[in-house]
Design a protein around this ligand. Sequence first.
Ligand code: NAD
Ligand code: ZN
Length: 358
Amino acid sequence: MKFRNFKMVDYVVYGRGCFSQLDEIIAPHRKEDAPMVFLLDHYFIDNTAFKARIPLMGNDVLIDADVTHEPKTTYVDKIANGLKEKYGTVSGVIGIGGGSAMDLAKAVAIMMNNPGQAHDYQGWDLVKNKSVYKIGIPTLSGTGAEVSRTTVLTGPTKKLGMNSDFTPFDQIVLDPELTKDIPRNQRFYTGMDCYIHCIESLQGTFINAFSRSYGEKALELCQEVFLNKKAWDTESDEQLMMASYAGGMSIAYSQVGVAHAVSYGLSYLLGTKHGIGNCIVFNHLEEYYPEGVKEFHKMVEQNGIDIPVGITKGLTDEQFDTMINVSLGMAPLWENALGKNWESIMTREKLRALYERL
Ligand code: NAD
Ligand code: ZN
């Protein structure tokens, strides 16, 4: 048996207010005439107080990252090509925002040092050259994008990440203060992404002690935040940020499962966002994750969240087929969830029936 040798994030700073150290963290990475590029989630773009804290210098560039839709390969190319044309190269790319802004930053940093187009690198280990220096700074907790070796992109033919040893950030800045004002629903949906990562990792066939130790801790933190808290407090922001990190570490060495495989189909066809899409699917997965789904229902109720239903109503056979194809294309996820003979368990008919229930 050959074991995977994982590239991890190089540096981590954690703590309330640690965003203020960004200036000194990036100083040694600045190259003459090559700007630092800050990709800022558009949520913050009118927040002058926050923008004033971004350590812009010289010809640094601040880009308003439009995350209305989850990142597309064409958007990555547009940003990277624009930077190449104007500056040749850059000192680094810093993504500040949710999973979408962080993924965008990883992909742009990779494309600054790789030829061709972003969709050429959707897959496993296709990236040829090391990226420029890159930093991830989460402002939402749950996706684990801050620690993962992928950046999920929607391309012309598929929704698939650039999975590679060149994808993880060189540095992450985990400052729970940045997550204090997230609207209730968004906080829940992204938080549930983490909860679902844990359930899928812990209940999967790929589980090992490495993944279990992170997955169990992350699960406990999610339960603490979404079941045991009467009100949202600063401690829960801290717990959720660390849950996201540990949940990401858990799936790094295992895999996600049914909810993710099915939700990828939804998001490809309908543009459903990752967090809410996972919730919409997980809501109906009693057959695969009975205890996790029961607990999820409790969390939904206790936090007063609406999970949409009926979103596949009225879709055509062709549209169902598209979702089924995207979903069944995620072989490692199915194998983790259902074992080696998953294809005989999750038939097209069974998956269609599941999509019809959503
Ligand atoms: P998101 O990044 O798509 O953001 C959702 C919304 O929240 C956006 O409108 C954004 O502007 C807003 N927002 C960001 N920070 C905020 C804040 N502090 N307060 C209020 N609103 C804020 O949401 P997400 O759930 O963090 O990320 C989902 C994305 O992450 C998807 O594109 C998904 O594919 C990707 N993802 C990547 C990985 C990975 O390993 N790379 C893993 C899971 C998900
Ligand atoms: Zn996820």
